[in-house]
Design a protein around this ligand. Structure first.
Ligand code: PMP
Length: 387
């Protein structure tokens, strides 16, 4: 199988597996225990936190300074941020292209009577940042939180989060950034960004599934989602998964150390992929092609077929890709991202996402292009005969 679904999840780096195995094999470890093994576990968490602090360029050892909460992943961090950051009666602004783990919790709060406002995007899938000050003003001092992702998981298009951070700072409003797709693909300094909260998830950068984090800026308060433990200063109680935490820190270290090489490599593979496919099929549409995009992401519409048939055909042909967000690909509703970009139904209903990783090779890409091209020709001919 040629794996081109790296925005859904990535293969774990063997160096990360070694670290995790080492921790698991070193005996029981509950960081809250008051014996030697417990202290070793806590030390491992402290060392992992120090390493994360360096990689994300944020101090994590100063009382009252920024904090990093370990969570079960991006979905939990996003839910925690949306429910726990803003004051209970304040309004929340989110963009229309956020991940379902932001949109669904915002819709849940809306159903409970909360004021939610939506930030639109342009035809390239970039949020209309110039509308943000007006939208905040329209909440009449009641805006408590803005949530904008750093890069979209479907199109890969970067969002103007630095501008959003500036606007939110000037307006005195908290900003949460879902940076799940950016880590390991583009550099990110949390000190420079100066947002209020940032989500990350380890399995998107060759770390383990089931571990992620929510970074909180200095003085940012959070109401917890979970109750019943004193871990992580009660902000996210529950026994810490020490092995996964160490695995995430190692994955982040590798992603940071090798970022420049991997970014270059993924970009050239993505360009090879798009150019070869376009050379054979001039009708293909590349979403966000003229926008600044993640180096690994290619979101394509195959206008003479539908995405479900194409996805199945590619699965049989040995190419793994997805029809939008993995979290919704089981039921596969049309992409809310492409709908927000105002694209015609024909393009929305024929879009597939491909994502390369540092493990992808040029041979694999050439082979994938051949298989994709063959599947598309086959489905297009079949459709022509049916018509
Ligand atoms: N946000 C974004 C932008 C994502 O791409 C994903 C994963 N599809 C998530 C959040 C959820 O992360 P996790 O799978 O770790 O829950």
């Amino acid at each position: 199988m040629i794996y081109l679904d790296n925005n859904a999840t990535t293969a774990i780096d063997p160096r990360v597996t070694d670290v995790i195995a080492d921790v698991f094999n070193s005996g029981p470890a509950n960081a809250s225990s008051q014996h030697g093994l417990g202290r070793v576990a806590q030390l491992r968490i402290d060392n992992a936190t120090d390493s994360i602090s360096v990689c994300l360029d944020t101090p994590l050892d100063q009382p009252g300074g920024p904090r990093f909460l370990f969570t079960s992943g991006g979905t939990e961090s996003n839910n925690l941020a949306i429910t726990g950051l803003a004051e209970p009666l304040s309004a929340i602004i989110i963009s229309r292209i956020e991940h379902p783990s932001v949109i669904a919790i915002a819709e849940h709060l809306l159903a409970l009577g909360r004021e939610i406002h939506w930030l639109d995007v342009d035809e390239n899938g970039v949020i209309n940042i110039d509308e943000l000050p007006q939208l905040i003003a329209s909440c009449r001092n009641r805006c408590g939180l803005v949530s904008i992702m750093s890069a979209n998981n479907e199109t890969g298009v970067h969002q103007p989060i630095e501008k959003a951070a500036l606007i939110c700072r000037q307006a005195g409003v908290l900003l949460h950034v879902d940076a799940t797709q950016s880590i390991g693909k583009v550099p990110l300094s949390l000190t420079k960004l100066d947002a209020s909260a940032v989500t990350i998830s380890a399995h998107k950068f060759h770390g383990p599934c089931g571990i992620g984090g929510l970074w909180l800026g200095s003085g940012v308060r959070l109401r917890p989602l979970f109750h019943g433990g004193e871990q992580q200063l009660e902000s996210r109680p529950g026994t810490e998964p020490v092995a996964l935490i160490c695995g995430m820190a190692e994955a982040l270290r590798i992603a940071t150390d090798e970022l420049v090489t991997n970014r270059q490599r993924m970009r050239s593979l993505r360009d090879q992929f798009e150019q070869s496919l376009r050379a054979e099929h001039s009708d293909l549409v590349i979403h966000g092609a003229t926008a600044d995009r993640l180096p690994n992401t290619s979101y394509l519409s195959f206008p003479h077929t539908d995405r479900q048939s194409m996805l199945m055909s590619l699965d049989l042909a040995g190419v793994a890709c997805s029809s939008g967000s993995a979290c919704s690909s089981g039921s596969s509703p049309p992409s809310h991202v492409l709908i927000a970009m105002n694209l015609p139904a024909k393009l929305v209903l024929s879009a597939l996402r491909f994502g390369m990783s540092k493990f992808s090779t040029s041979e694999e890409i050439a082979d994938a292009v051949y298989r994709i091209s063959r599947s598309y020709k086959h489905l297009r001919n079949k459709k022509d005969v049916e018509n």
